[in-house]
Design a protein around this ligand. Structure first.
Ligand code: FEO
Length: 386
């Protein structure tokens, strides 16, 4: 931690199969929590239910015999809020600080909104003085739940950013891919739909001399913060992060896969800086989702199936549309042995996406690649490189 009176008291989870019930976490997950030690002591959020004892042990060690005055609840999702009442059993004198919406959620999750005890309702720009540290609360609705607060500690030039700037991965496992890879999968999986709301909170942060970011998952960020802030700017505006093409496909007998691989070859031969290929039935779909937000050019290749499209592609397109996927150039490849209609179905599913350029015509494969469909792939490669 950059400021010596802010201590880390979070925990690492190596047992979790799926984060939030859907995301694999091969390097585990961290639930972060912090203590600010001042004349008054504030604890920033709790951790997942399974780690209550470890967290309270970390807290006790950090307190060095003192007692906390406040538990600040920035976010009510249970990976952070599950130990609020356990904390209050240990420290009944402490006040809980949270937004009005968070107290409502507390009642819904845990049966009490604490209205019978010491609580502080925080809102936009409300402050809490701990002594040297004055905390200012910043509302961050839908980043990624409606009740979320960020907390700005002016004395330490530190932003407590709730889920924002978080990533997958426990903190005691090295991530050879660096911050961005698992932060991107996390962002588009969890917050991707709420770009305008992320933009709104980034605007509120714009004038602050932030030196350290303390998120609720992933490492504490300090030093040059521009990489993280710039990526959040790109991601929340659905911009193009990397030049290249991502080809997402499904294939039943390998013919659509052969078309996807052929197109990759044609693109590389034309100097495409990066071609990512995802077999949607076999890859980690959230990885394919993050690629599809990352690159400006996207190809969707699938088979006609039950007069619709292959189920993995249908699910994948749902993942995109429910996250407000937009502002991309899209090429379509359809396969169908007797009545190809996958391109029409995919186009229909993408109709509500803003600022998509769909390249016409779609490549049509009738069972297996032919001279005719290979020529169409050549034309698609040209259009994608134009
Ligand atoms: Fe880490 Fe939205 O909970």
């Amino acid at each position: 931690m950059a400021a010596k009176d802010i201590r880390y008291i979070g925990v690492n989870d190596h047992d979790l199969d799926l984060f939030e019930g859907q995301y694999i976490v091969p390097r585990g997950m961290a639930y972060n929590s912090y203590v600010i030690l001042d004349e008054k002591i504030a604890v920033m959020d709790s951790v997942d239910a399974r780690f209550g004892e470890e967290w309270l042990g970390n807290l006790e060690k950090a307190l060095e015999g003192r007692k906390p005055d406040y538990l600040i609840v920035q976010h009510m999702e249970p990976d952070h809020s599950a130990n609020i009442f356990r904390f209050l059993q240990a420290y009944p004198e402490a006040a809980v600080v949270a937004s009005a919406k968070a107290f409502q959620m507390m009642k819904n999750f845990y049966g009490s909104d604490l209205s019978d005890r010491n609580r502080v309702v925080a809102g936009e720009k409300s402050t809490l003085s701990l002594g040297k540290h004055t905390l200012t609360f910043i509302t961050a609705p839908m980043v990624h739940w409606p009740e979320v607060l960020f907390t700005w500690d002016e004395a330490a030039h530190t932003l407590f950013s709730a889920d924002a700037f978080g990533k997958f991965g426990a903190l005691d496992v090295e991530d050879p891919e660096g911050w961005a890879c698992e932060a991107r999968r996390y962002y588009f999986g969890i917050v991707g739909k709420y770009g305008p709301q992320v933009q709104a909170v980034l605007k509120k942060l714009a004038g602050l001399p932030i030196e350290t970011i303390c998120p609720l998952h992933g490492p504490v960020l300090d030093g040059d913060l521009s990489e993280y802030l710039n990526l959040y700017q790109t991601w929340s505006t659905y911009g193009v992060e990397s030049e290249g093409v991502v080809i997402n496909y499904t294939s039943v007998y390998g013919h659509t896969e052969a078309a996807a691989e052929k197109l990759a070859e044609l693109l590389k031969a034309r100097g495409c800086p990066k071609v990512a290929l995802n077999d949607l039935a076999r890859c980690d779909m959230p990885e394919a989702v993050e690629d599809t937000f990352r690159y400006g050019k996207v190809v969707l290749a699938t088979t006609t199936y039950n007069a619709d499209i292959f189920p993995f592609m249908r699910t994948f397109i749902d993942h995109l549309t429910e996250r407000n996927w937009q502002k991309k150039t899209v090429g379509l490849i359809e396969n169908g042995s007797w009545a190809p209609m996958a391109a029409k179905v995919m186009k229909g599913m993408l109709e509500g996406c803003k600022e998509l350029t769909i390249l016409e015509p779609a490549v049509k494969i009738t069972s297996a690649l032919s001279a005719e469909s290979e020529a169409q792939l050549e034309a698609l490669a040209d259009a994608l490189m134009a």
